[in-house]
Structures are given as C-alpha cells and as structure tokens.
Design a protein around this ligand. Structure first.
Ligand code: AMP
Length: 293
C-alpha cells in the first residue's frame, strides 16, 4: 500500500492504472477516523474493483464556522494500518493546500437537492462536499466510487452531481453499519460520553418504531414523524434538530407515502454532539417480479 500526499502523483498513478494496465479503480472518499462503516465501503470496493484507492481528507469547506473542523478526530497512523489490513492499494492523504491551492476560487453547487435536510441545517455544507468530491473524482477518475447510506442525502446529491457534470464514475451506495446497540457508526461517536452513547441509541429506536408503524400500514408522514419524535423526546439527553420524511429519490417532503420508497431522516443532538441517521421505508413494497405492489 502506498500513501500519496501529492495530487499530481495521485493523478499520474491513476492514469497509468487506467490506461496502461487497464485496471478498474474503486474509490472510497473518507475524512479518516475510520470505523467499520468506512471499512464496509472498502470491502465493497475490494470485491468490485481491481485497484482500491481510499482518500483521507478532513475537508475544511464542508464545515460551518461553528462546527468541529479543528477538533475532528485525526489519526493517520491508525487509519493507514487499517486500510493496509483491508488490502487497499493507495491511500490519498493530501494536505489542504494540495486540494485548495492559493487563490482557489471555484466551487461546485448542486441546486435544489441541497437546500433541505442537512443542507438547510448546515448552510454551505454540501457546497464543500460537492466541490471536494468533484476534485477527487477528477483526479482519480475511478470506475466506481463508494458512499455510505449513513449520509443518504449526500449519496443522492453526489449521484446527481456525477450525472449533471457527466463524470465517468458510477456511484455505489453501501448500507449503514451499526453497532450492536443499533447506534450507526460515525467518527463523531468518539465525542460521546458513556451515558450519551446509550442515549444515542434513541435515534435507531425512533427509526425502528416508525418502521414498525409503517409495516403495520401507517402511511401518514405526520404520524410516522410523530412516532419517531416521541421516542426521541423520551430521551432526556436528546435534542431534535429535525425529523423529516422525504421521497427517497427526489427528497421532496411528503405528506403521505405514495407507494414509492421514502427516506425517514433524523438529526439529533446528544449533548453537544450532532448525530444523523435514517431509514428507507417502502423498499419492500415490491413484489417478487420487482414491480411496485
Ligand atoms: P466520513 O469519513 O464521515 O466523511 O464518511 C466517509 C464515507 O463513509 C461516507 O460515504 C459515509 O456515508 C460513509 N459512512 C460513514 N459512516 C457509515 C456507516 N455507519 N455505515 C456506512 N457508511 C458509513
């Protein structure tokens, strides 16, 4: 496994792999502080592609001024050891200046999809994400790039970006990896105290409660949201940022489920730590032939 810091070297290696060796490249972008969620993306990439490139870059432009950019967990030594263990071929770990050279002034914005949910709660967040992902995809030009369903809106936005800018990479979404307690894995979970870590299981419990109501026939968005809210509100350490039900593809807010899959999304503060989680409802509303029931 080689660790690459320079954008130019990353570009020339990727070009050689593609052109001279005709090998397929799988790319897994991360901000490091790796956990089993990240490693499941690596696992998928390893299964699907000849060469796996992972990036580790805590991207300053996707953090708001009051957010945790400075304190975000960083441990390149541990991360590199994990990636080597998972047979990653190249780790791209650029400095900020490699990605944003002096005078940098070009940003990529996906409109519409980014003005709701995380985009509404974190102004400028997606502009930072779509800009860095465009730079990384353009440098590496992977055949496949892997994103977690944990950040469901991000995966949708990136798919849209790739389509609109005709980038030649296929975006693969990988299911959420959870701890045994149900807590979705996240680099930010290290911020939680022991008590908060237990309280944080309320997110998954809220989703499961709403999921159970859906399974029993509930289709009103208001009711499904209310069920999730009640579970969150019964947890004293939890403070809701938002609970929303949106069309799982277009992210349009829903009043009633309409036979199409819907995304139930939560953003919740547990103490000072903001966590997100989600569940897709209605994926199973398909019969054996694959048509909508
Ligand atoms: P991050 O390092 O937080 O930017 O995450 C890098 C990638 O890992 C993103 O595509 C995330 O959606 C994905 N990811 C993070 N946590 C999980 C998880 N628990 N399960 C699956 N994917 C995840």
């Amino acid at each position: 496994m080689e660790i690459i810091n320079r954008r130019k070297r990353m570009m020339s290696i990727a070009r050689k792999l593609r052109r001279d060796e005709r090998r397929t490249i799988g790319f897994v972008p991360t901000m490091g502080a790796l956990h089993q969620g990240h490693l499941s993306l690596i696992h998928e990439a390893r299964a699907l592609c000849d060469v796996v490139v992972a990036s580790i870059f805590v991207n300053p432009t996707q953090f708001g001024p009051a957010e945790d950019f400075d304190g975000y967990p960083r441990d390149l030594t541990r991360d590199s050891a994990l990636l080597a263990e998972y047979n990653v071929d190249y780790v791209f770990a650029p400095t900020i200046e490699e990605i944003y050279p002096p005078g940098f002034s070009t940003y990529v914005t996906v409109e519409g999809l980014t003005d709701k949910l995380e985009g509404a709660a974190r102004p400028g967040h997606f502009r930072g994400v779509t800009t860095v992902v465009t730079i990384l995809l353009n440098a590496i030009r992977p055949d496949f790039a892997f994103f977690g369903q944990k950040d469901a809106q991000q995966a949708i936005v990136i798919k849209h970006l790739v389509r609109d800018l005709a980038l030649n990479s296929e975006i693969v979404t990988v299911p959420i990896v959870r701890e045994e307690s149900g807590l979705a894995m996240s680099s930010r979970n290290v911020y939680l105290t022991r008590e908060e870590r237990i309280a944080a299981t309320a997110l998954n419990r809220a989703l499961l409660k709403a999921g159970a109501a859906f399974a029993e026939g509930e289709r009103s968005a208001g009711r499904l949201i209310e069920i999730a809210r009640l579970t969150l509100e019964s947890e004293p350490l939890a403070r809701i940022d938002y609970v929303e039900l949106n069309d799982a593809e277009t992210l349009q807010p829903l009043e009633r489920m309409n036979g199409r899959p819907a995304l139930l999304s939560l953003a919740v503060f547990i103490g000072n730590t903001r966590l997100i989680d989600n569940l897709v409802l209605g994926k199973a509303e398909r019969n054996a032939a694959g048509a909508n029931a």
